[in-house]
Design a binder for this molecule. Structure first.
Ligand SMILES: Nc1nc2c(ncn2[C@@H]2O[C@H](COP(=O)(O)OP(=O)(O)O)[C@@H](O)[C@H]2O)c(=O)[nH]1
Ligand SMILES: [Mg+2]
Length: 275
């Protein structure tokens, strides 16, 4: 069982900065991973298989949504794994989507495992592509392969992996099939032995130009973040939750605290957004 048992991050003496906001208990682990995916794809089945009884359930800080985290070891590494709420997208239109999105964006994750239903790939790939826009440390767990077979569907995992630019591991989580390969693949990604090349959408040249204008400002403000391009795209779309996060200094580095230049930078950001 993880060391910290409190469900209220604010009352936990071992958490600080962004970690408090995201509700991560700082335990002794080498790598932090999250399970994302549409509802009913087998995330919790996989989560249970990975963490067994080493689980801790609470709420996401300030939310009514249940948060489960567990710990496991594979080879010489200790992992913390978080079971994210099931979502069809990361557009932040519901509490679940917001939690999943913020955790993938700001949770300092070493890898996101996106669990997909092999019998409903088209619907599931929507979320995969959104996660690939945010991070390149992604492994796709192609689950329910038994159901796909039963329905006469053949999914070519290698081809899918080439198309997506990230590893795809076929699985039957309920029977424990594919878990070894998944863990080996996750290890390869978190240790940097395997580098991914996520498929990303090409932007319209005018939007690309606007993104390029925003990037230096965002990099300057948030050197600790790795997804400046994604932030720029959301700002150009007029995403209120990201605008608010910038204004409220919610994207600050947990190590150094406040993003000091925010007051001077916001007018510059706004000017860049006028293009
Ligand atoms: N046939 C089959 N069923 C599975 C598999 N993995 C999970 N399930 C079942 O799918 C249902 C949803 O699983 P769950 O882990 O709760 O999905 P979640 O909503 O993504 O957390 C449960 O009835 C599981 O037993 C699998 O690989 N094959
Ligand atoms: Mg679940």
């Amino acid at each position: 069982m993880a060391g910290c048992q409190c469900t209220q991050a604010a009352g936990c003496p071992t958490v600080s900065g962004n970690f408090t906001r995201l509700g991560i208990n700082i335990d002794n682990y080498d790598f932090l991973i999250a399970l994302a995916g549409n509802p009913n794809t087998g995330k919790t089945t996989l989560f249970n298989a990975l963490s067994g009884l080493r689980q801790h359930t609470g709420n996401w800080p300030g939310k009514t949504v249940v948060r489960s985290e567990g710990a496991f070891r594979h080879h010489e590494y200790k992992y913390k794994v978080v079971d994210l709420p099931g979502t069809y997208s990361l557009l932040s239109t519901s509490e679940d989507e917001e939690i999943a999105r913020d955790f993938i964006l700001f949770g300092n994750l070493d890898c996101v495992v996106v669990v997909v239903d092999a019998t409903a790939l088209e619907r599931n790939l929507n979320l995969v592509l959104q996660v690939l826009e945010i991070t390149d440390r992604v492994v796709v767990a192609l689950n329910l392969m038994d159901e796909a077979e039963r329905k006469g569907l053949y999914v070519d995992a290698r081809k899918l992996s080439r198309e997506l630019g990230v590893p795809v591991v076929p699985m039957v989580a309920r029977e424990g099939k594919g878990i070894d390969q998944l863990l080996q693949t996750v290890e390869d990604v978190v240790t940097g032995r395997l580098s991914t090349r996520p498929r990303r959408i090409d932007l319209d040249p005018q939007i690309e130009e606007a993104v390029q204008q925003l990037l230096p400002h965002l990099k300057n403000l948030y050197p600790h973040l790795s997804n400046h391009r994604w932030l720029a795209m959301r700002l150009l779309e007029g995403d209120r939750s990201i605008e608010d996060a910038i204004r409220n200094d919610a994207l600050a580095d947990p190590e150094t605290g406040s993003t000091v230049p925010a007051d001077e930078e916001i007018p510059e950001l706004e000017a860049a957004l006028e293009v």
